[in-house]
Design a protein around this ligand. Structure first.
Ligand code: AMP
Length: 414
């Protein structure tokens, strides 16, 4: 069985996959880590349980996951020995990691070095790996990076026009995020279209609480909306998206805000929440807009406008597109947002069928209008499955390894 672990800044998500990856045996979410009251949810098939209790840190969360997985009531695993490999999500692999890797000391050192780029996330990812090594001695660990898929972005698209020596010295460039989701979804889209991935130019719209638009040409990411930090690009639930950096200097000089306060504003008080003044949750923002709240309507309009603009930019970057793919919470569930985004994009070849769009979640992923040049698809993302696939592939390759063969970057060129 393969265990996947996703340690976020205040949560731990886990899934236990059957050895042939045919299904998920058990899964769970331990949330609000570090808050006075945390929550644990554990599911086995249709059975599940929910608890509230204090979860002081990620090590305590890991212990809770172990308790859930070995709970005799569910008969999931009798002992840790049943788990043959563990896959971990890591947010930031810097410019070092081009693909998923088997964990060894060098990988751990590089992961620690990358923590400077993702100070909220990488340290939690590292704790997850350390705990897995402690609880499952001898079991291989694989780490899958959110940034790795974007390492194919050419320098003209990832370089910022700042003094070159400065950017080189400090590792400043576009890194991108949600790469695991974009990789999974672009593969699934090609399968659904029954066309080779390397023949397709697509724009993937990962629209969740975090938002990434990704230009995927021939299966490779060639540009992506999130940049150096995790708040650039298109507005998100609480993150600002791109804005003129002169605003930062203005706020320091004129409003007397500190850099720490501005950073907090950009990450946690902006986006849908900042514009609406109400919520980071698209469902709540939409309901309030429908009830006449103008600021909520403005939040939706800004969100949709920036996405449309970016789709146009990526169509230009790729010389046209074959597929437009919606995924994640808003992308998968909101027919209304999809319709707003696609409206009047006929000049790009994008045209959707209103009825197909309305029922897209019912197993009808293709929502294109008849005769549309671009296939518009709704494809559920599954980052955990992508992690499990990489973990199975790398551990199988490791067991077939010739002496002296370096596997650390085995998946680099995928
Ligand atoms: P995620 O981060 O992928 O879980 O996505 C979370 C976002 O998806 C939140 O903004 C939710 O409001 C949004 N979402 C989920 N279901 C719907 C829906 N039916 N309509 C609009 N937004 C939705």
């Amino acid at each position: 069985m393969i265990l996947t672990i996703n340690c976020g800044s205040s949560s731990l998500k886990y899934q236990l996959h059957a050895p042939d990856l045919s299904h998920v045996i058990a899964s769970g979410l331990i949330a609000r880590i570090g808050e006075p009251e945390g929550t644990t949810d554990h599911w086995v098939g249709h059975r599940g349980e929910h608890h509230r209790r204090a979860i002081p840190d990620h090590r305590a969360a890991f212990a809770l996951m172990m308790e859930n997985l070995t709970n005799p009531e569910y008969d999931v695993i009798e002992c840790p020995g049943a788990i043959t490999a563990i896959g971990h999500r890591a947010v930031h692999g810097g410019a070092i990691f081009f693909g998923s890797v088997l964990v060894d000391d060098a990988v751990m050192a590089a992961l620690r070095a990358c923590a400077t780029f993702a100070p909220l996330h990488n340290p939690c990812n590292i704790i997850g790996i350390e705990e897995a090594q402690r609880m499952f001695p001898g079991v291989p660990n694989v780490v899958v990076f959110d940034t790795a898929f974007h390492q194919t972005i050419p320098e003209r698209a990832h370089a910022y026009a700042l003094p070159y020596e400065l950017t080189q010295k400090h590792g400043i460039r576009r890194y991108g995020f949600h790469g695991t989701s974009c990789r999974y979804v672009s593969r699934s889209a090609a399968e659904l279209l029954n066309r080779p991935l390397d023949s397709l130019s697509m724009v993937v719209c990962h629209l969740g609480n975090g938002v990434t638009l990704d230009a995927v040409k021939g299966g490779q990411s060639i540009d992506t909306s999130i940049g150096f930090g995790t708040f650039g690009g298109v507005p998100m639930g609480t993150r600002s998206g791109d804005f003129d950096p002169a605003i930062i200097f203005h706020l320091v000089r004129e409003a007397g805000l500190s850099l720490t306060e501005i950073e907090d504003i950009c990450y946690t008080k902006s986006g849908l929440l900042g514009l609406s003044g109400l919520s980071n949750d698209m469902r709540e923002v939409m309901a309030a807009a429908d009830a006449g709240n103008d600021r909520c309507q403005l939040a939706i309009d800004v969100f949709v406008y920036q996405i449309r603009k970016t789709i146009g930019a990526y169509a230009a970057a790729m010389g046209g597109i074959d597929a437009l793919v919606f995924t994640a919470g808003i992308g998968e569930n909101s027919a209304r947002v999809r319709a707003m985004i696609c409206e009047d994009l006929g000049f790009l070849g994008i045209s959707i069928d209103a009825r197909a769009n309305a029922i897209a979640r019912g197993g009808h992923p293709n929502i294109s209008a008849a005769g549309a040049r671009v296939a518009t698809l709704v494809v559920p993302t599954d980052e955990e499955r992508m992690i499990a696939i990489d973990t199975a592939a790398l551990t199988a390759a490791a067991s077939a390894r010739q002496p002296g063969q370096d596997l650390a970057f085995a998946l680099a060129a995928q």
